[in-house]
Design a binder for this molecule. Structure first.
Ligand code: TYM
Length: 353
């Protein structure tokens, strides 16, 4: 039943799946705690690159996604403003990118309901992020956590976004977004939603924990030593890198030598991302060095990149009203795009009024 892969996939269209759609970039981050180096390298830095690409860009604080697990209201308010400060400090410019809060654009939830009725239970049951987050106690997970990918599909498709820059861990959700778009178009005999491209590029699409090279660096890891936060000061960054888990071998001079050395690979990839280089090139420079020599080089690079950003975030956080004004202005622009798309969707579905 409803096997989406038996339906014709517009991706097979030789003119391209989204030939009729204006290129548009959308992405979002949950304000569910501080920002990590993973968020920065995997997402925010890429958002800034896209801003400079000439395509319209929209970047969201997905607060409705954050509350799929319990959030203290005061902390949520703080984290939402801090996330906006992080976007701004990293180089997003509200005159060129639309920055806003998901909950201020009700069209996201209006479209999400339609998608709840398009997506199949089986599709959502396969989502690895739900399995990871719900853990063993699935019965106690919120309904919102289960339906989360439908809201994410709505975030993207309510703007007819054609490109979504994200880290590797979001790939499955974007594939689900594509499945929802295709099923909606097929069910209603329209070509209304684009088939969005995940943009997962660069050397830092999956930054790993500093304590365990097989686990993703995450804001929800209980150990603060496992991650670099965008608000860490220079000493803390240097200390975390100094204490990062490694192996006793020197660094190899070729990528093949990183096989089976997850922690070494992670540190080299972080270095390459920060230096705007790639793993192979970095290894030709640092191959043969011990970690005792490489770690201070990495710390210096990380501090040089992150310190100005964290200083600017702290400055911006002194004026929360200015941040709120930027988000309110962004929501107005976002609604200009989203409202007609929701109106048309409701007409297609057969809603009267
Ligand atoms: P979230 O808030 O967990 O993460 C935000 C972005 O940061 C990336 N990221 C990483 N990239 C590389 N290495 C890491 N260790 C790392 N950790 C996080 C994520 O891949 C993501 O791009 N469901 C999304 C939020 C969302 C969204 C959307 C994204 C809601 N609606 C619509 C795109 C489009 C999430 O939980 O991301």
């Amino acid at each position: 039943m409803d096997a989406v892969h038996t339906q014709s996939d517009p991706a097979d269209d030789p003119a391209g799946p989204n030939a009729g759609f204006t290129p548009r970039v959308f992405s979002g981050i949950q304000p569910s705690g501080g920002l990590t180096l993973g968020n920065y390298l995997g997402a925010i830095r890429r958002f800034v690159e896209k801003q400079d690409s000439g395509i319209e860009t929209l970047y969201c604080m997905v607060d409705l996604h954050a509350i799929t697990v319990w959030q203290d209201p005061a902390k949520l308010r703080h984290a939402t403003r801090e996330l906006a400060a992080g976007y701004l400090a990293a180089g997003l410019d509200p005159t060129r990118s639309t920055m806003f809060n998901q909950s201020q654009v009700p069209e996201h939830t209006q479209l999400a309901w339609i998608f709840n009725c398009v997506a199949r239970m089986g599709w959502l049951n396969r989502m690895t992020q739900f399995k990871d987050k719900a853990g063993k106690n699935r019965e106690n997970a919120s309904v919102g956590l289960f339906a989360y990918p439908c809201l994410m599909a709505a975030d993207i498709l309510v703007y007819h976004a054609t490109e979504v820059p994200v880290g590797e861990d979001q790939k499955q959700h974007i594939e689900l977004t594509r499945d929802i778009a295709i099923k909606f178009n097929t069910d209603f005999g329209v070509d209304f939603f684009p088939v969005t491209e995940p943009v997962i590029e660069g050397v830092a699409t999956r930054v790993m924990s500093l304590r365990d090279g097989t686990k993703k660096m995450s804001k929800s890891d209980p150990s603060d030593m496992s991650r670099i936060n965008m608000t860490d000061d220079a000493d803390t960054i240097a200390k975390k890198i100094r204490k990062a888990r490694t192996d006793p071998e020197a660094l190899p001079s070729e990528e093949a030598g990183l096989e089976g050395r997850a922690e070494a690979r992670n540190l080299v990839a972080i270095y390459a991302a920060l230096a705007g280089s790639d793993v192979e090139t970095v290894l030709t420079e640092v191959g043969g060095r011990q970690f005792s020599e490489f770690k201070p080089m990495l710390a210096e690079l990380a501090v040089a990149e992150l310190s100005p950003i964290s200083a600017e975030m702290a400055r911006l956080m002194e004026d929360p009203a200015a941040i709120d004004a930027i988000l309110a202005g962004g929501a107005v622009r976002a609604r200009e795009i989203a409202a007609p798309i929701v109106k048309r969707t409701y007409e297609i579905v057969g809603m009267v009024g």
